[in-house]
Design a protein around this ligand. Structure first.
Ligand SMILES: *Cc1c(COP(=O)(O)O)cnc(C)c1O
Length: 439
């Protein structure tokens, strides 16, 4: 009990009262070499490459890119002006995972990677494949009959379930999606329309995950996609790092000791933002500065990292309710796989309230014509947090960045939105317009 009290004292003031803030990670170590850490995203890059033909054969949405899963990186100068950040130097870009095919969110990266690794394994075990066989064989009727005897199970606040359901169904597997109480009705409906089984739970994300895990444990033909522990999901996200580095280079954005890169990533359980940052740290080291963003009601990664890694600490433990309209981020407890990896790699975490992210989502659409879902708009507040706040100044000074800002690149990771139905978008827009008048 004493131990508990001691670690809670390391929480920043205001976090338990839902005050938006920027927390600087005291354990961040710019010299940490992530290349010595356990996971290597090149396995995932190789898997995506050898399965591109299969994906192209199965998903019409992936025709245009020959089976490659990529999202655009676009400049957002008008949004930068509209956000009125005083020291808005540098080049601002949006990484548009809201536009990722099939899943409509960043979950496509982890989800495709995990399901591809599963179907390859099933194919190898069933004698359909050897290591060197063209993966397109898995799209043929004989292989689909084998895959169709397997079931994917997943617990989700919405987008992971949506992604895994669509990807699994495309490759011919059965899928059962356990949805938490936060999950939006349209996401459930979209899955049901595709013949995918949806199980609704009254509890939060962790409860939905636990239910899915229990059912899968009892049946060897069920594969559980474990968002809290999965290395395959993590590696799929980490593979995005190479894509970003190539796109920055193509856009003429240099990243080196004189040209820092700031990346702002929305965080739920931590797999997606953690994977991306991990991958970037392995490629760019100290030149990349990674910040996560969480809703003020659900700052699970902040709470876990600030209290130390000795034991799990959730947002409920500090009296927060984990209720947010940013459904993709409504997670009470951070991933025990990812939190330790972030301890030395993550620069900091900022929190945003509902008014902020609704307003920012509206400003993005108003200025740049880009619609994203509420969870995905949370990162838009990032550059202002680093450039314009006292805590941000501390960070810039500490790392010698103040004189380099003119040559910096800020990448805001937009994580979802393209599948949101027009009727739902209209509701978000109205809220955003109103919030922009207040924020
Ligand atoms: C899942 C999700 C995230 C965060 O990913 P985690 O792996 O849960 O941290 C961010 N934005 C959107 C839209 C998501 O669906």
């Amino acid at each position: 009990m004493n131990d508990q009290a001691a670690s809670f004292s390391d929480l920043p003031a205001g976090v338990a009262d839902k005050h938006p803030l920027l927390w600087l990670n005291p354990h961040y170590d710019a010299r940490e070499d992530a290349r010595h850490m356990a996971y290597d995203q090149r396995q995932a890059e190789a898997r995506f490459a050898r399965c591109a033909g299969l994906l192209q054969a199965v998903f019409p949405e992936l025709q245009a890119t020959a089976g490659q899963l990529i999202s655009p990186l676009v400049p957002i100068p008008k949004l930068r002006d509209a956000l009125q950040v005083t020291r808005a130097a540098g080049h601002w870009m949006l990484k548009r995972d809201d536009a990722l095919p099939v899943a409509g969110s960043i979950k496509a990266r982890g989800g495709f990677h995990e399901v591809l690794s599963l179907v390859e394994r099933i194919g190898l075990e069933a004698g359909l494949l050897t290591e060197s066989t063209d993966r397109r064989v898995l799209a043929e009727p004989a292989a689909r009959a084998v895959l169709g005897r397997h079931t994917l199970a997943v617990g989700s606040t919405g987008n992971l379930g949506l992604g895994i359901g669509m990807i699994g169904a495309g490759l011919g597997l059965q899928a059962v999606v356990h949805m938490s109480a936060d999950a939006k009705e349209w996401k459930k409906q979209r899955l049901r329309d595709r013949g995918i089984q949806v199980v609704e739970h009254q509890g939060d994300y962790a409860a939905a995950v636990a239910a899915g895990r229990a059912i899968a444990d009892a049946d060897p033909m069920v594969h559980f996609v474990d968002d809290e522990h999965s290395e395959a999901l993590f590696l799929g996200y980490a593979a995005a790092a190479r894509e970003l580095v190539d796109q920055l280079q193509a856009a003429g954005r240099v990243v080196d000791a004189k040209h820092p890169l700031f990346v702002y990533l929305p965080c739920g359980v931590g797999g997606a933002p953690g994977g991306v940052l991990y991958g970037l740290k392995r490629l760019l080291g100290a030149h990349v500065h990674g910040f996560f963003v969480e809703p003020t009601a659900s700052p699970c990664m902040l709470v876990q990292l600030a209290c130390g890694l000795q034991r799990p600490v959730s947002v409920y433990d500090i009296g927060l309710d984990n209720r947010t309209e940013a459904d993709g981020l409504a997670v009470g407890l951070a991933s025990p796989l990812v939190a330790p990896l972030m301890q030395s790699l993550l620069s900091g975490i900022f929190t945003v309230d509902e008014t902020q992210f609704y307003a920012d989502a509206w400003r993005l659409e108003d200025t740049e014509g880009i619609y994203v879902e509420p969870s995905a708009a949370t990162g838009l507040h990032g550059p202002g947090q680093v450039l314009d706040t006292p805590q941000g100044q501390v960070y810039l000074q500490r790392h010698g960045l103040e004189l380099l800002l003119h040559d910096a690149t800020h990448v805001i990771w937009s994580t979802g939105g393209s599948l949101v139905p027009e009727s739902i978008r209209e509701g978000f827009r109205q809220r955003g317009r109103q919030a922009a008048g207040m924020a």
